[in-house]
Design a protein around this ligand. Sequence first.
Ligand SMILES: *Cc1c(COP(=O)(O)O)cnc(C)c1O
Length: 368
Amino acid sequence: MMTIPVNEPVITPEAKKYVNDALDTGWISSAGKYIGEFEKAFASYAGVQNGIATMNGTAALHLALVTVGVGHGDEVIVPNFTMIATAAAVLYTGATPVFVDAEPETFNIDVKKIEGKITKKTKAIMPVHIYGHSCDMDPILALAEKHDLFVIEDAAEAHGATYKGKKCGSMGDMGCFSFYGNKIVTTGEGGMVVTDDAALAGRARSLADLAHSVKKRFWHEELGFNYRMTNLQAAVGLGQMQQIDKFVAKKKWMAAEYEKRLKDVKELRLPITKPYAENVYWMYGVLVEKDFPMSKDAFRAALKEKGVDTRDFFYSTASQPLLKHLPSAKEKFPVSDMLAEHGMYLPSGLALTEKQIAYVCDTILSVA
Ligand SMILES: *Cc1c(COP(=O)(O)O)cnc(C)c1O
C-alpha cells in the first residue's frame, strides 16, 4: 500500500544554496539581497512592475486593502466560497465583507451577482482565483470602473494562471499572492503584493515596514505594520522561481493524468476550464455528485484506508461562527453550500509521481 499526502512540496537545489548563503553571510532578517531579487523575479513573472514581499499571504491581503484606503465604514465585496483569509483581511481594516455566492462550474465569484451588492459604502471588490482557475475578470473590471471601486485580486492559489493571456494578479489595482508550503511557489510562509501603480507600490512598501517617514527614519506620521519578509524566506523563494515553469507544467500534467484515468467515473465531476482561462490546478478538486455510489465522507474514508489523503472544499464563509452575525451572511448561498457538501480535492502536490496518480485513480475506480 502507498501513502500519498494531499500535498508534498518540491524544494529546488537553488533554494537550499541561497538559504545557506543567507545563513552563512548573516543576512537573516529583512535586509539582504534576496528580498529585492525575489520581488523583482516574482513581479516580473506575474507581469507587473512592482512587488512588495510580506511575511504571508494574509498580511499581503490586509496590506493591499489598507494601501488603497479601505477602512471603517467601508464595504468590500468578497466571494463566499474561499478560505477565511480573504474575509479576515477585510475585517482587520474595520470594513465589512459582503459575500457573493460562487458560480457552480469554476467555483469562483458569480460575476452576475456582484452588481446587486454594490452600495454607496462599497470601496473594493476582491476576486479570488479559486484552485488556480481565473475569475471572469472583464465584467469585474467593468463594474469597478463603472462604480469607481478598487479591485484587489486574491491570487494566492493562482501563480502562473492566466485570463485571456493576462496573468492572474496583474489585472486589478493590486494582486496578492501566498507562498505557503502548499502553494505553487513557496517560501515556507510568505506573500507578496504586486501592482503596476508606482504610488500604490510605494505606499504598500512603507506600510509593510512600520511607515517610517521618508524624511526621517523612526519618525511616524501614520500607522504601519511589520509585515516584512525575511531574507531567508526570499532566498527560498528566489530558488523556487528557478523552476516555476516546471512547477506550473507539472500541475497541468497532473490534471491531464487525473482526467485521463477518471473521466469515465460516473457522478464524479472533474474540474472544468473556461475558454478564457489557463488553469494551473493548484488543487485538483472534484465533486462527488448525488448519485455517486457512496457519500463523500464514506468515499474519503475509503480512500484514506488505502493511504490516499484528500481534503474537503472550503466551508461557506457566511456559515462560519465568526461571521454569521454579518448582515450579508444571512442570505442564502446555495452554490457555496453545494460545493462544501460535495467538493473534495485529490492529492495535488508538486512531488506527485505518475505511479502515485495511477494508484490514486486505481483506488478510486476500485471503491467507486
Ligand atoms: C493560501 C491562501 C491565502 C492566505 O495565504 P497565507 O500565506 O496562508 O496567509 C489567502 N487566500 C487564499 C484564497 C488562499 O488560498
